[in-house]
Design a protein around this ligand. Sequence first.
Ligand SMILES: Nc1ncnc2c1ncn2[C@@H]1O[C@H](COP(=O)(O)OP(=O)(O)OP(=O)(O)O)[C@@H](O)[C@H]1O
Length: 261
Amino acid sequence: MTATELSVDGVTLTAGARHLVHDVSLTARPGETIGLVGPNGSGKSSLLRAVYRVLRPDTGHVLVDGGDAWALPVRQLARIVAAVAQESAADFDLAVREVVAMGRTPHKRLLAGDTPEDAELVDSALVAVDAVHLADRPFDRLSGGERQRVLIARALAQQPTLLVLDEPTNHLDIRHQLDVLGTLRRLPATVLLALHDLNLAAYYCDRLYVLRDGEVTACGPPADVLTPRLLAEVYGVAAEVAPHPRTGAPQVTFLPEEPHM
Ligand SMILES: Nc1ncnc2c1ncn2[C@@H]1O[C@H](COP(=O)(O)OP(=O)(O)OP(=O)(O)O)[C@@H](O)[C@H]1O
C-alpha cells in the first residue's frame, strides 16, 4: 500500500446562497496525518465531503496524486480513498464481518467472491479496531462506539492510500480513541481527519488546518498552530499551552471563566 498526495486547491462549497467553505486550499503529502480542527459549523465536514466526493466544489479542485478526484471513475477513486463519515446512514441488515468485507468491493470484479486475501484483510481490520468478538453480531444492534469501530474497520479493509475520517473518535471510550488514532497514524496511507479534541490532534497529527467560518485561518505543525492567542480568537476560550514533559506534544489546558468549585 502506498500513500496518496492530496491537494485541495481553492475549493468553495455552497448550499443555495450560503458559503459552507470559501476558497480553501490544503495539501497532505504522502503518508502525512493531517488534522482539521475548528468550531462547530466551521466547514470541516463539508470540506471532507468534497474530498470523498459527496459535495461537489463550486470552484476549485480536489487532486489525488495530481488527478481530479471528481473526474476519476468512482471505482478507481474507491481504490484510492476510503471515508468514515460523521453520521453514517449505515443501518445495514448485515453481520459485522459482512460490513467490513464491503471494504473489499472496489478491489473485486463484479460478483467475485471473497478470496483468502480478502478474508485476511477483513480479519486484520477487525483486530485493528478490537472488534473480533463482534464479527458475527448484527451491525444494527451494536452500540454507537462499536459501530464506529466497525466502520473504521471497513475503511481499513479497503486498503486506501488516502483515508478521510470525520470525527473518528466520536462515541469511542478513551482506550479505543488512543488505539484507533495510533492505528491510523501507523498506516502508510495519507490520513485527513476532523477532530474536536485538540490534545489528541496535537499528539497524533503532523500538521493541523484550523477552519473558521469556512476559511483556513491557520495551518502548520501543532506546536505552531495551537497558541493561546489562536484558541482565544477562534474558539473564544482562554487556555494555556505547553509542551508535555513526557510526550513533547503541545498540551492545551483550558481555563474556564467559572472557577472550579
Ligand atoms: N446542505 C446544507 N445546507 C445548508 N447549510 C449547510 C448544509 N450543510 C452544512 N451546512 C452549514 O454549513 C456550515 C458548515 O457545516 P459543517 O458540517 O461543514 O461544519 P463542521 O465544522 O463539520 O461542524 P461540526 O464541528 O459541528 O461537525 C454549518 O453552518 C452548517 O449548518
